[in-house]
Design a protein around this ligand. Structure first.
Ligand SMILES: Cc1cc2nc3c(=O)[nH]c(=O)nc-3n(C[C@H](O)[C@H](O)[C@H](O)COP(=O)(O)OP(=O)(O)OC[C@H]3O[C@@H](n4cnc5c(N)ncnc54)[C@H](O)[C@@H]3O)c2cc1C
Ligand code: FES
Length: 322
């Protein structure tokens, strides 16, 4: 599952599309084949874009000059900056390494990604960022995903199995049409938050049951995933010293999970998203406020791309987040 720890492997890899699968109305799984990859762990991300052998269209364009309109069209079709995507899975094959990402179509880059075909070229800068710490003592792990925060949790679920942890996935989505998870038709997810069910074939392989909630009640529990977590915690009464939580998704949801854990003294890690231009700690565009006792104001900005995206939940200063 992890790849070779080798600094000599270039971080920019010329990849090609292995497969593109539509998972639901707006989510796709893109599997990219690269010749090689440095060691990567759950929580890390890739920065990807269309490769360009010809940079001649990256020049100042005079809007008044008709002859440049074709260049404008090209610029608008090809995303200029790389975009960040959490790694959802990594698999070694005889032809190289498959890196999977799951994305929701929200803008130009994701529209381009949804239009790709097998063998199309993709440039991958990877792996970037830090990873989820694995506890040596806590045996139970709750993985809490909201919306497009699901991908890193799928890879983490596999890692939990390898580390012999007892993991449960909590996944909240807007509706069944925006559910990026495969579900077993013969094993429906419960509408009772106290019941975690092996309802997803891909997670069943890692022995990870799921609790699903949807805002409109079209699948699983009707309501917010936070309500499901509270109900599941109340009914199963896990020992807080034996439990660790990991979360990724909308900031409001992660903040709820962080507060829930803080009130019960449960260790918790959040995977934070910021708009990222460079992805490598140069442009300073991706700051997150993190507590720092040595700083006079009690906190300082850290870079989400280079010092995150995973942070200990109790160190995140949510109110100052940009
Ligand atoms: C570390 C990291 C991991 C990520 N993992 C995933 C993933 O696994 N799957 C996935 O679908 N997306 C993920 N994202 C978000 C993804 O990178 C952005 O949504 C990206 O901008 C999409 O590019 P686009 O050109 O399609 O849309 P854009 O044109 O860039 O943006 C479209 C809309 O989304 C908003 N937007 C852009 N970036 C963000 C952001 N970071 N947070 C909130 N709103 C944003 C914009 O303001 C705009 O309204 C991740 C981001 C980070 C930083
Ligand atoms: S994206 Fe440039 S410093 Fe983080």
């Amino acid at each position: 599952m992890t790849t070779t720890q080798n600094e000599s492997i270039p971080r920019i890899q010329a990849g090609k599309v292995h497969a593109l699968t539509q998972l639901c109305r707006e989510h796709y799984r893109l599997s990219i084949q690269v010749p090689n990859l440095r060691e990567a762990l759950p929580g890390q991300f890739v920065h990807l874009c269309a490769p360009t052998n010809d940079d001649s269209h990256y020049r100042i364009v005079d809007d008044q000059d008709d002859s440049h309109h074709q260049d404008w069209a090209m610029l608008c079709q090809t995303p200029m900056l790389r975009r960040a995507f959490s790694i959802a899975a990594i698999e070694k094959t005889s032809d190289g390494i498959l890196v999977d990402v799951i994305f929701r179509v929200v803008g130009k880059a994701t529209q381009w990604m949804a239009s790709l075909s097998p063998d199309d070229p993709v440039s991958l800068l990877a792996p970037l960022g830090n990873s989820f710490p694995i506890s040596s003592t806590r045996k139970k792990a709750w993985l809490i995903a909201g919306g497009v925060g699901l991908p890193p949790m799928l890879w983490l679920a596999q890692a939990m199995k390898q580390h012999e942890k007892q993991a449960t996935l909590f996944y909240g989505a807007q509706s069944s049409q925006l559910l990026a998870l495969d579900l077993d038709k013969g094993t429906p997810c419960s509408t009772d938050a106290t019941q975690a069910v092996l309802a997803s074939p891909s997670l069943a392989a890692s022995d990870v049951p799921v609790v699903i909630s949807t805002d409109d009640g079209s699948v699983g529990i009707h309501g917010h995933i936070g309500d499901a977590i509270e109900a599941h915690f109340a009914s199963t009464a896990p020992d807080p010293d034996n439990l660790i939580m990991y979360t990724c998704g909308p900031e409001r949801m992660m903040r709820f999970v962080a507060d829930f854990c803080s009130e019960r003294n449960i260790e918790c890690y959040v995977c934070v998203e910021r708009a990222m231009a460079c992805g490598t700690g140069t442009c300073q565009s991706c700051v997150v406020a993190i507590t720092d006792e040595s700083d006079p104001q009690g906190w300082r900005y850290k870079l989400c791309c280079a010092e995150g995206p995973v942070f200990n939940a109790k160190t995140v200063v949510w109110d100052t987040a940009p």
